[in-house]
Structures are given as structure tokens and as C-alpha cells.
Write a protein that binds this ligand. Sequence first.
Ligand SMILES: C[S@@+](CC[C@H](N)C(=O)[O-])C[C@H]1O[C@@H](n2cnc3c(N)ncnc32)[C@H](O)[C@@H]1O
Length: 128
Amino acid sequence: MPENARSPLAPLKPLGEKLLFASNFLRHPNMLGSIIPSSRFLVEQVLEPIDWGYIISGIPLGSMPDPVRTDIAMKSHAALEPGGAFLVYQFTARALPTLQRTFGDVQRSCERRNFPPAQLFLCTARGA
Ligand SMILES: C[S@@+](CC[C@H](N)C(=O)[O-])C[C@H]1O[C@@H](n2cnc3c(N)ncnc32)[C@H](O)[C@@H]1O
């Protein structure tokens, strides 16, 4: 490999990461949901309630078939210790009924400084 060539395993520079994210969005818009990575505002709000025993997820539950979405919610619920929670950020509220059905208690908030604005669902395990 020439000396100035980049190894395929070398970390991408920030601009390279942004271009990779954008090109992945153009190829799979439903899987990524946004053309740019999540903002620090969203990351900070998602992490704010973290103590221990959480599952954090930004996968596009709303774009998945309902049986897949339900399976993920139920397996997450089953994996949580008492006091834990399933912390989900989404760009639509399509997954909310599934989360409410599975967890019962779902607290909602929103991060408008993210593009696109994101909804956060804090799903606390029943009996916790
Ligand atoms: C909204 S992006 C979030 C990316 C990054 N975590 C962020 O916050 O910027 C959604 C991510 O979910 C991933 N994803 C989509 N469907 C998935 C699936 N079925 N299983 C695992 N990951 C999936 C995509 O590859 C994408 O990276």
C-alpha cells in the first residue's frame, strides 16, 4: 500500500464520517431517518437520566414491520433489570403504541435542536 494511502481500518476524519452518513442516508433513507448524525443536544438529552441498567436505541422502530417492532420491544423489556428502562429516540411517534402496550409507562420528551427534531421515549419496565 502506498505510504500516503489510508488503511481501510483507519478512523474516518469528521468530514469523511459526515459524507459516509449522508451517502448511507441516500441509499437507505428509512434505515437512517436523517441525513446527518444526531446532534450533541439529542445525545445529551438521551443520556441525561442514565444511572445504570438501561438499553439505549435509535434504530428506526417506526419503519419496521409491527411484529419486528413488537419483538424488539418485548425482548428489551425482558432483558431489563428492575429499575432499568428502554430509552428510545425516534423521528416519528409510530413506535409509541407498541412501546406503551409493552411497557405501560412511557414518558415522552422532544429535542427540537436536533435535525430532524427527535422524540424521546423513556420506557420503564413494569414492576420496576
Ligand atoms: C437514526 S440512525 C442513528 C445513527 C446514530 N446512532 C446517530 O444517532 O446518529 C439509525 C441507525 O439504525 C441503524 N439500523 C437501522 N435498521 C437497523 C436494524 N434492523 N438493526 C440494527 N441497526 C439498524 C442504521 O444503520 C442507523 O445507523
